[in-house]
Write a protein that binds this ligand. Structure first.
Ligand SMILES: Cc1cc2nc3c(=O)[nH]c(=O)nc-3n(C[C@H](O)[C@H](O)[C@H](O)COP(=O)(O)OP(=O)(O)OC[C@H]3O[C@@H](n4cnc5c(N)ncnc54)[C@H](O)[C@@H]3O)c2cc1C
Length: 407
């Protein structure tokens, strides 16, 4: 169903929410709250999607990767892929995926993997090796067994831009190049944010007042919470990805083993993206791939698709996962990929402030739904989520509208 244009008449009690962070999570939240009739102002310190959102593989996770150990996020991923395929078909390439076993140990994992997938509600089936190689001839011919799963890929920029386009159409005030540098509280409640607005030639400090502030600042959420004097459990965990020139497969190809480094190949347009690695950092800003990781990922990728051994590198980059939890000695690997909505009124005695952390780009809509539910609960508002109902406008609409406004 196409998105209706909401009139100002349905606005709920003149409430205003300020969202901090213009990645996928902030985009989906701006849309969700606008659809519930709440006025939204969103501030992003750089260009929209310039955080982790614009730098991931773009794998539409069926949840299969997490089925071994993390059933909650596995189920959520699959449910969300079905919704996104309905509301944002233009941004998705839905070709399916293969998990391939390359040795006897990996082949021995197939029965366990299939039952983990069944228990997570993710459709799957084993495909005879000849049939799998017929479907994706560039895969390693030495593969022993292959399992089909409903993976896909999506455009890391265009999916969030469709959410931004929808939010803007409903009246959301979206402000890129605006960094929150302070959060002010009065009487146990956050009441305003100090924002450095860099859109004009001379940066200006402005104050934004709102009834509720939501940090959707991804790997920066710890820094944003610290502005309000709150310590939240988040681990920024960078990973490296390498884009090789050439599209060697149409399906996502993953190594059939417990999640580890270099075990995914995602096709994106004419490129094949191999990832990833994992470490932890205190600072998610300006990350670069550490020495050696590009060649390591080439070797790992070539195990999946041998042609990658000699394919030219198009680009390599790093980005930080916003893992919801504190890291132990395992570089954050035991932290769930699930997300958490933290209502700091309930948890820390500071009302009007909520953080949404963790998750995956695939579950951006679900993260927004839970965060918007928390906003409504904290404002004493009854307004159900409606983001499953409407087809999102084209991603093109966002910049077309912004261009018109700037001219
Ligand atoms: C290596 C790697 C590969 C991945 N691959 C996939 C994948 O294939 N599929 C998938 O579904 N997920 C994947 N993910 C996970 C996914 O990328 C993230 O979960 C998702 O992008 C997080 O989105 P976000 O909007 O929460 O955070 P972000 O996109 O980081 O957005 C937060 C924004 O907040 C802004 N901000 C920070 N501080 C301030 C401030 N003070 N004021 C204003 N703005 C501020 C930042 O600039 C940033 O733009 C991957 C992650 C990594 C690291």
């Amino acid at each position: 169903m196409p998105l209706p244009a909401l009139s100002a008449a349905v606005r709920k009690k003149n409430l205003r929410v300020c969202i901090i962070g213009g990645g996928g999570t902030g985009a989906a939240l701006a849309y969700d709250l606008s659809l519930r009739g709440i006025a939204v102002v969103l501030v992003e310190k750089g260009e929209l999607t310039s955080g982790t959102t614009g730098r991931h593989h773009g794998q539409l996770h069926s949840g299969a990767r997490y089925a071994w150990a993390d059933r909650a996020i596995a189920r959520e991923c699959y449910a969300e892929t079905l919704i996104l395929r309905k509301i944002a078909p233009e941004t998705i390439e839905y070709n399916g995926g293969f998990f391939i076993a390359l040795d006897d140990d990996e082949a021995g994992l197939v029965p366990d993997f299939l039952s983990a997938l069944a228990e997570s509600g993710i459709p799957s089936h084993e495909v005879a090796r000849e049939k799998a190689l017929e479907a994706e001839p560039a895969m390693n011919p030495a593969l022993k067994r292959a399992v089909w799963v409903p993976d896909g890929s999506f455009d890391a920029f265009r999916l969030p831009l469709s959410f931004f386009a929808a939010a803007a159409r409903l009246g959301a005030d979206i402000r890129p190049w605006c960094e929150v540098t302070g959060l002010e509280a009065r009487g146990g409640r956050v009441v305003s944010a100090t924002v450095l607005d860099r859109r004009a030639r001379e940066p200006a400090e402005v104050r934004i007042e709102a009834d509720c502030f939501v940090s959707a600042a991804g790997a920066w959420a710890g820094k944003v919470a610290a502005l309000a004097g709150i310590d939240i459990p988040i681990t920024p965990a960078p990973g490296t990805m390498v884009a090789f020139r050439g599209r060697f497969a149409d399906m996502v190809v993953s190594r059939l083993r417990h999640p580890s480094d270099g075990d995914i190949l995602v096709p994106q347009r004419g490129l094949s993206i191999v990832g990833s690695t994992q470490r932890v950092t205190d600072d998610p800003e300006s990350l670069l791939p550490p020495r050696g990781e590009i060649e390591r990922l080439r070797l790992d990728g070539a195990a999946l698709v041998p042609a990658l051994a000699s394919a030219p590198v198009h680009a390599a980059w790093s980005a930080a996962r916003p893992l919801a939890g504190r890291s132990g000695s395992d570089e954050g690997r035991s932290i769930s990929r699930d997300f958490a909505v933290l209502d700091h009124g309930r948890l820390d005695g500071l009302a009007g402030f909520i953080s949404v952390i963790g998750g995956k780009a695939t579950v951006l809509r679900a993260m927004a739904e839970k965060a918007a539910d928390a906003v409504c609960a904290s404002l004493g508002l009854e307004a159900p989520c409606e983001t499953k109902r409407y087809t999102l406008p084209s991603w093109r609409e966002y910049y077309a509208r912004r261009g018109r406004e700037e001219r």
